[in-house]
Design a protein around this ligand. Sequence first.
Ligand SMILES: NC(=O)c1ccc[n+]([C@@H]2O[C@H](COP(=O)([O-])OP(=O)(O)OC[C@H]3O[C@@H](n4cnc5c(N)ncnc54)[C@H](O)[C@@H]3O)[C@@H](O)[C@H]2O)c1
Length: 303
Amino acid sequence: MGNFLDGKVVAVTGAGRGIGRAVALACAAEGAQVVVNDYGVSIEGGEPSSEVAEAVVKEIAAAGGEAVAVADDVSTMAGGQRIVDTALERYGRLDGVVCVAGILRERMLFNMSEEEWDPVVATHLKGTFTVFRAASAVMRRQRSGTLIGFTSGNHQGSVAQANYASAKGGIISLVRSAALGLHKYGVTANCVAPVARTRMSANVPMELKEIGEPGDVAALVVYLLSERARAERITGQVYTIAGPKIAVWAQPRELRAGYAEGAWTPEKIADFLPGTVGTDPMPMLAQLEAMAQAAADGRRPNA
Ligand SMILES: NC(=O)c1ccc[n+]([C@@H]2O[C@H](COP(=O)([O-])OP(=O)(O)OC[C@H]3O[C@@H](n4cnc5c(N)ncnc54)[C@H](O)[C@@H]3O)[C@@H](O)[C@H]2O)c1
């Protein structure tokens, strides 16, 4: 056991499987007391079971750590509140929350139903809000704490997961808003875009060139929760971890601007925009075209 998180209390959502489980185990191994939340659902979000969270609590206890299970659904306000209340009731404080819970319901945009959109956005985006909302009130009083959201490279856009990509983009904006709104209270907020072998990544229809294990992602999360990261004042950042690679994403910013003399008209814009402001090519579109070419050539597409 290390001591990166000695004396800290950390709540992890979606901690029953995959990356969340690895994060919960690593936090406990580094000395944290852990609230293990998992609704215990299928990849699509059905058939809840409380056994999934309890099994991870048993694993932590068997390794000599301290943890408590909460089997609530993070997409409800009551679920988010219960996760935070459990930390306070059981351990007296809350130093970090890590919102990992997620589901998938893939469909092309033109066929996507409300039943495919709403639960995905509710689990990822609202499920981060419900926990951040309850935790930030505690951390503001404590004048310390760390919020961590989980996004995906797919926040750039996705062919068959408009629901998931939209939620993941929203999580980045939520994290940056938390970083700004809680800065003066000593609370940091960051986002992780992982690539790791789990049941969720198993069905990706392409060869991933850069992929790692849930344990790699857990190591990054432990660091972000630690005093070492807080001392570096890391906040409002998005990090990818994919096997041996760690990358930081750019902050969104204006790329090029032009100014009109007098009011804009569609005619003036048509003459001015293409040559002066132009476009910023989509890397994902270029990748899509390369994949289509690979498929046409009979090669297995990779990304
Ligand atoms: N695995 C990857 O390569 C990858 C890539 C990009 C992003 N992510 C993101 O990382 C996170 C973890 O993914 P994973 O691959 O470990 O998935 P996973 O399916 O292995 O684990 C997700 C866990 O979340 C739980 N969960 C689902 N809905 C819940 C709810 N409403 N309340 C509480 N718990 C709930 C599930 O029961 C499950 O145990 C997700 O947010 C995912 O979108 C993963």
